[in-house]
Design a protein around this ligand. Structure first.
Ligand SMILES: Cc1ncc(COP(=O)(O)O)c(C=O)c1O
Length: 435
């Protein structure tokens, strides 16, 4: 049967462009994908920021195979299975001190919705049911469900979808290119952008606000790093006013910055952490919301036989996903992948900043094993230049990700120096050839 491309409405894809000239992967191993026409493509993006341990890790593959033959599915409500409990324990063990519980979901978007709902319900459980307002940030990405796009700040992800959630405000983003362009690591300027929170609080009254949600490092909008002191300031203000702080660690979790989580990396402890992606190395869909005991315990009241939180998914803690998660965390540890990311950070930093001065490059940003190269948009045709870079890179055997006119890079943490050289060598040739 001919492979007809019409039926599949592809997500976040230029469908007509794609179907006119499809790009297909048929296999993956280690740092590489194999295309349908047999070419090797270096994975510069860990798939979609998720395959932190690279592809085809034998331990993960085997755990999934074995689990599928042993216990394929167990009801998620009112029944348990051992691996979900083991994984929750492993997760809270690797999270910063104070995080003691994990609620399982199937994606980053679901983790975001779950965290927002827990935050609002937590206040209600404590007798502060009027705290329902949510605060996100401009340019933030928190997935694509209604809560997530409401607190999110990427205009194209919001504007055609109606009125969204009410009672949502946004902090300004932290991108200050005129002050911070070409900074290596955390930028110096912009901590005061957190003070906008005081203004929002003054406008509405702290007693109406449930939570602030931010990505500690904004990934999908094009790698915007937190200015020095910014996250600390957000933590101080939220704490002072009894507002929960939610870190969306869907990208920053599981070694991307060279530590388990950004909370640990920046030394700032949120009340809730949103995770997904690297939790299972992207191999099986799974997410988790991590919380403090204080939040969890606020729900554990009333008669023992009553459900404490009316929320959950058919696949929360799914056995195969749990097995994949357990194997993934073991692989990270056994192969020292977070340490590898930390050890390569300075090499990565110098390699990406060596692209400064190439045509159209207006900023370069980096931290851990993540980086962004911002291009000057073509006048009247925003996104076109970066998209051309994406297409050229694919042809040249390199997978990059673009958002607007920004190229974002986040390779698997198994990468080595020679592969970093190859990645930036290819990319610099592509940049030199762009219109
Ligand atoms: C910070 C952040 N939150 C949430 C999401 C949504 O995750 P998913 O696509 O698994 O729903 C993403 C995805 O890139 C993300 O980067």
């Amino acid at each position: 049967m001919q492979n007809d491309l019409r039926a599949f409405w592809m997500p976040f894809t230029a469908n007509r462009q794609f179907k006119a000239s499809p790009r297909m992967f048929v296999a993956a191993d280690g740092m590489h994908y194999t295309t349908a026409d047999g070419r090797q493509v270096l994975d510069g993006t860990s798939g979609l920021w998720c395959c932190n341990a690279g592809h085809n890790q034998p331990k993960i593959v085997e755990a999934i195979r074995q689990q599928a033959g042993e216990l394929d599915y167990a009801p998620a409500f009112q029944i348990g299975h051992p691996k979900a409990f083991q994984l929750a324990t492993r997760l809270v063990d690797m999270a910063p001190d104070g995080i003691e519980h994990a609620f399982f979901t199937n994606s980053g978007s679901e983790s975001v919705e779950t965290a927002l709902k827990i935050a609002i319900a937590y206040h209600r459980a404590r007798g502060e049911g009027q705290r329902t307002r949510l605060i996100g940030r401009e340019r933030g990405y928190h997935g694509v469900n209604f809560g997530g796009i409401s607190v999110g700040g990427i205009v194209s992800n919001r504007k055609v979808f109606g009125s969204l959630l009410t009672g949502v405000d946004h902090l300004p983003d932290t991108h200050l290119p005129e002050l911070n362009a070409f900074t290596k690591g955390q930028p110096e300027h912009g901590a005061e952008r957190a003070d906008a929170l005081e203004k929002i609080i003054a406008l509405h009254g702290a007693e109406t606000i449930a939570a602030v949600i931010v990505e500690p490092m904004a990934g999908s909008t094009g790698v915007l790093l937190p200015p020095k002191g910014y996250l600390q300031r957000l933590r101080e203000i939220t704490k002072k006013h009894g507002i929960l702080l939610i870190f969306d660690e869907v990208i920053t979790g599981f070694g991307r910055l060279g530590s388990s989580f950004a909370a640990e990396h920046f030394g700032v402890m949120p009340d809730l952490m949103v995770t997904a992606k690297g939790l299972t190395n992207g191999v099986i869909p799974m997410g988790a919301v991590l919380t403090t005991a204080e939040i969890h315990d606020a729900f554990m009241t009333g008669p023992q036989n009553l459900i404490e939180l009316f929320h959950g998914y058919t696949y929360s803690g799914n056995p195969i996903a749990s097995a994949a998660g357990l194997a993934t965390l073991e692989v990270y540890k056994e192969q020292g992948l977070f340490e590898n990311a930390a050890a390569l950070e300075s090499y990565w930093q110098e390699a990406i900043h060596a692209l400064r001065g190439l045509p159209h490059v207006v900023d370069i940003r980096n931290m851990g094993l993540i980086g962004a190269i911002e291009l000057e948009p073509i006048a009247g045709a925003p996104t076109k230049r970066a998209f051309q870079a994406f297409l050229d890179a694919f042809e040249a055997g390199l997978l990059i990700r673009t958002t607007g006119d920004i190229i974002a890079l986040s390779p698997p943490l198994i990468i080595n120096k020679a592969q970093i050289d190859e990645l930036f060598g290819t990319l610099s040739q592509i940049l030199k050839g762009l219109d």
